[in-house]
Write a protein that binds this ligand. Structure first.
Ligand code: PGA
Length: 250
């Protein structure tokens, strides 16, 4: 069975009070959901401990990034061990903002994915094309390259722990969502690519969609055959909207 996942990516927003209020609010939302739905929240690193102390056991803590290095002389980095120590078991890896603004190349992303797996953190591997790449007919080439680069070297048991997020760059924070059909087309492609590595895992791996998901469009996106949930940015900061999105997957 494929897991249904709704993940809130708070990005660089909030403060201790806001984070604490959201953590309590999300915990209450999850109380009313079917237990089969996995709800994750990814606060900024500095707010993770605060959030860890406030969420119920049914809410999962995720990080927005992770270092590819082990503990040591890496100023400014946060290690997988540190994340595990505060109860974090998921990490977003290769988000397009990290790729575009902070130098996360395919090679860096591959190292981070491998580090997550080594430390028992489930990586949420983000892939997605820019508008220019879409318009020049390169969607599948770009996504295929990102996927293969990030997953190379993983054995089947390791691949089983990966969650993939399709996030078209042109849809992130822009209010322009991919249509359910556009998203489904790419999700099906991703599943087929994974089938070339392992057929059985391609059936069960969760592939979630991100990019301007909101209370109004979530249901139609989640209804598509290969869309197993969402990675939610802006709308995850608004409890009422996040609740509608979580319920849309039920
Ligand atoms: P958005 O962000 O929902 O604000 O478009 C999604 C993401 O970047 O994960």
């Amino acid at each position: 069975m494929r897991r249904k996942i709704v993940a809130g990516n708070w990005k660089m927003n909030g403060n201790r009070q806001i984070a604490s209020d959201l953590a309590v609010g999300v915990s209450a939302i999850v109380e009313g959901l079917d237990r089969s739905i996995e709800v994750l929240i990814a606060p900024p690193f500095i707010l993770m401990a605060e959030v860890a102390g406030q969420i119920s056991s049914n809410v999962n803590l995720a990080s927005q990034d992770v270092s590819g290095f082990d503990n040591g002389a890496f100023t400014g980095e946060i290690s997988a061990d540190m994340l595990v120590d505060i109860g974090c078991r998921y990490s977003i890896v290769g988000h397009s903002e990290r790729r575009a603004l902070f130098g996360d190349t395919d090679d860096v992303v591959a190292v981070k994915v491998a580090k997550c797996i080594e430390k028992n953190i489930q990586p949420i591997l983000c892939v997605g094309e820019t508008l220019e790449e879409r318009e020049s007919g390169k969607i599948f080439e770009v996504i295929g390259n990102q996927l293969r680069a990030a997953l190379k070297g993983l054995d089947k048991a390791q691949l089983d722990n990966v969650i993939v997020a399709y996030e078209p760059v042109w849809a992130i924070g822009t209010g322009k969502t991919a249509t359910p059909e556009q998203a489904q087309e790419v999700h099906a492609y991703i599943r087929n690519e994974i089938a070339t590595i392992d057929e059985a895992i391609s059936d069960v791996i969760s592939i979630i969609y991100g990019g301007s998901v909101n209370a109004g469009n979530a249901k139609n996106l989640f209804a598509m055959a290969d869309i197993d949930g969402g990675l939610i940015g802006g709308a995850s900061l608004k409890l009422e909207e996040f609740e509608v999105i979580c319920k849309a997957i039920g």
